[in-house]
Write a protein that binds this ligand. Structure first.
Ligand SMILES: Cc1cc2nc3c(=O)[nH]c(=O)nc-3n(C[C@H](O)[C@H](O)[C@H](O)COP(=O)(O)OP(=O)(O)OC[C@H]3O[C@@H](n4cnc5c(N)ncnc54)[C@H](O)[C@@H]3O)c2cc1C
Length: 462
C-alpha cells in the first residue's frame, strides 16, 4: 500500500504523527498501540496463533484497487478461518447501493447519528505479541519529494483545533476568500487531510458546524460583526456533502480509477505522454506564471485550494491535452489530503471525461488577474519574473508586449488556440454513436438526484 504509485512520504509522515498521538491517548486509557510491519493477512495469522481466537473490527474504506484487493484477501481469509469481521461505516458513503435514489436522505441520517463517546478506561489486554516501532518514510523507501513547507501536523488534537478556529473566526468570508491561493490557506477549514486519514469524522464536523450555524442565527440574526455569517458555514456544509457524494462514485464504480466515467471518451487523449509538456507542467515551467506559481506552491505545501487544483488540471487537460491518468498519481502524491474517491472524480470532471458536466476550462491569465491581482503570489513562487511590472507578469502568457529578457520560459502553448482545438475535439467525439447512451448511464448511476448547490447555475467565464 505505502509503496503504491499514489502514495508519498507526505501521507505517511502525517499518518505517523496521528498514530503517535493515538499511542499516547491509548496509553492514558491503559491500552497499547501494536504496530506490525508486514502483509495484513500474515499479521492477522500471527495474532490468531498467539491468541487462538480473534475478532476483526475495521471501518469501510473506499480506496484504490490495491486496498480493494487487500480487503478481498482479508475477507476470504476470515471466511476460511471462521473469524468474525465487523466493518463500520466511517462517513456518509453507503455500501451496496445500486443507484443514487434516496442517497441524500441516507447521508443525512448518517450525519445526524449519535457520536459515540470515547470510554474513559478499558481493561488492558494480555499482550502476547511484540510490535515494532513506527517505521519512517526512509525505512519504507517512500518517495520524499513533496511538502517541505507543510505545516499541518497529523492527529485528532490538531483537527479539533482547526475545526474550532474555523467555526469561531476563520470562516468569515469563506465563500469568497476560498478562491484565491493567497486568502484560502487561512480562510478554508484545512480539515481535508484530517478527514482523509481518519483523525476526525465527517459526522463530528457536520454536527459541530450545524450547531454553530444555529448559534450564529440566534445571535443578532446572524449579523455579528465578529463571527462568520451563517451562509459561509452553509457553503462549507455543502462541501462536506460533496465529499461523500464524490467518494460514493468510486464506491459504486471502482473501475473509474482506470476508465473514463463516459467510456466513449477513453481514447480521446493519448495515454503515451508528451514527456516535455508533462515535465514542464509538473515542475512549474509552463511559461504561464500563475499556473507555475500554483504548481510550485502545491509541491512545497502539499495543499492548494480547490479552484487552483481545478485550474492546474484544466491546464493539463485542455491546454496540454494530457490524459488525466497521466497526472493522477503525481497529484495524489502531492496532495496531503489524497482521497481516491474525490481525487479521481474531480480529475475526470476537470478533464471533461464524465460526459454529464459542462466543460470547465480555466483561462490561466484571467485566473491570475482575478485571484492574484497584484501578482504578489506569483512574485513569491516564480521569482524569475519578480522584477517585472504587474501587467508584464500577467501578460507574460500573451503576445501583448515585447517580453523582457528574464530566465523564465515563454508559454509552452497558446491558450486560445489550445482551447479552440480542445473544444473542436470534444464536439467531434460527441457525435460518436455511443456518447449519448454512455452519458445517460453515468447520469443514472452517479447523477445527484436533487438539484444540489454543486451544479453550475449558468456557464461563467473562467
Ligand atoms: C483535481 C482535484 C483533486 C482533488 N483531490 C482531492 C483529494 O484527493 N482529497 C480531498 O479531500 N479533496 C480533493 N479535492 C477537493 C478540494 O480541493 C479539497 O477538498 C479542498 O481544497 C481541501 O481544503 P479544505 O479542507 O480547506 O477545504 P474546505 O473548503 O474547508 O472544505 C471542507 C471539506 O469539504 C470537502 N470538499 C471541499 N471541496 C470539495 C470538492 N470540490 N469535492 C469534494 N469534497 C470537497 C473536503 O473534505 C474538505 O476538507 C480535489 C479537487 C480537485 C479539483
Amino acid at each position: 500500500m505505502l509503496r503504491a504509485p499514489d502514495c508519498s512520504s507526505l501521507h505517511w509522515n502525517f499518518i505517523s504523527e496521528a498514530l503517535n498521538e493515538l499511542r499516547d491517548s491509548l496509553r492514558k486509557m491503559g491500552l497499547p498501540l501494536l504496530v506490525l510491519n508486514e502483509d495484513v493477512v500474515s499479521a492477522f495469522t500471527h495474532l490468531l496463533s498467539a491468541y487462538g481466537k480473534i475478532v476483526i473490527h475495521c471501518h469501510e474504506e473506499t480506496g484504490n484497487a490495491i486496498s480493494f484487493e487487500r480487503d478481498r484477501c482479508v475477507r476470504n481469509w476470515t471466511r476460511e478461518q471462521g473469524i468474525e469481521l465487523i466493518e463500520y461505516p466511517q462517513n456518509g458513503v453507503i455500501r451496496g447501493l445500486r443507484n443514487r435514489d434516496g442517497w441524500s436522505r441516507k447521508w443525512n441520517e448518517r450525519m445526524n447519528a449519535q457520536i459515540i463517546p470515547i470510554p474513559k478506561s478499558t481493561k488492558a489486554p494480555d499482550l502476547r505479541i511484540t510490535g515494532v516501532s513506527l517505521p519512517s518514510s526512509t525505512d519504507l523507501e517512500i518517495n520524499q519529494e513533496f511538502g517541505y513547507e507543510n505545516k499541518l501536523f497529523g492527529g485528532e488534537k490538531a483537527a479539533h483545533e482547526l475545526l474550532d478556529s474555523f467555526l469561531e473566526t476563520r470562516s468569515k468570508g469563506y465563500e469568497k476568500l476560498m478562491s484565491s491561493p493567497i486568502s484560502a490557506p487561512h480562510h478554508c477549514s484545512r480539515l481535508s487531510p484530517y478527514l482523509a486519514w481518519g483523525c476526525i469524522s465527517s459526522k463530528v464536523v457536520v454536527q459541530a458546524t450545524r450547531a454553530r450555524v444555529a448559534e450564529l442565527k440566534a445571535e443578532k440574526g446572524g449579523l455579528s460583526s465578529e463571527g462568520p455569517r451563517p451562509r459561509s458555514l452553509t457553503s462549507f456544509l455543502s462541501r462536506m456533502h460533496w465529499r461523500c457524494h464524490f467518494t460514493q462514485k468510486l464506491e459504486m464504480e471502482p473501475q473509474i480509477e482506470f476508465s473514463c466515467f463516459n467510456r466513449s471518451l477513453d481514447n480521446l487523449r493519448s495515454r503515451t505522454p508528451n514527456a516535455n509538456l508533462l515535465e514542464a507542467w509538473r515542475s512549474g515551467q509552463t511559461g504561464y506564471p500563475f499556473v507555475d506559481a500554483c504548481m510550485r506552491y502545491l509541491r512545497a505545501h502539499g495543499w492548494i485550494n480547490f479552484r487552483m487544483r481545478a485550474m492546474l488540471v484544466s491546464f493539463a487537460a485542455y491546454d496540454l491535452w494530457l490524459d488525466w491518468r497521466l497526472i493522477k498519481d503525481f497529484l495524489a502524491q502531492t496532495f496531503i489530503d489524497y482521497e481516491p474517491g474525490i481525487h479521481i472524480s474531480q480529475l475526470q470532471m476537470q478533464s471533461g471525461t464524465t460526459g454529464i458536466n459542462t466543460l470547465r476550462i480555466y483561462n490561466p491569465v484571467k485566473q491570475g488577474m482575478d485571484h492574484d491581482p497584484k501578482a504578489t503570489f506569483i512574485r513569491q513562487w516564480v521569482p524569475e519574473v519578480a522584477r517585472l511590472s504587474i501587467s508584464e507578469i500577467h501578460d507574460w502568457g500573451t503576445d501583448n508586449f515585447l517580453r523582457p529578457t528574464v530566465d523564465y520560459p515563454h508559454p509552452i502553448v497558446d491558450h486560445a488556440e489550445a482551447v479552440r482545438l480542445a473544444r473542436q475535439r470534444f464536439r467531434e467525439i460527441r457525435t460518436n454513436a455511443n456518447y449519448k447512451s454512455d452519458s445517460e448511464k453515468v447520469r443514472q448511476l452517479h447523477g445527484s438526484r436533487k438539484r444540489a448547490t454543486n451544479r453550475p447555475r449558468k456557464p461563467a467565464r473562467r
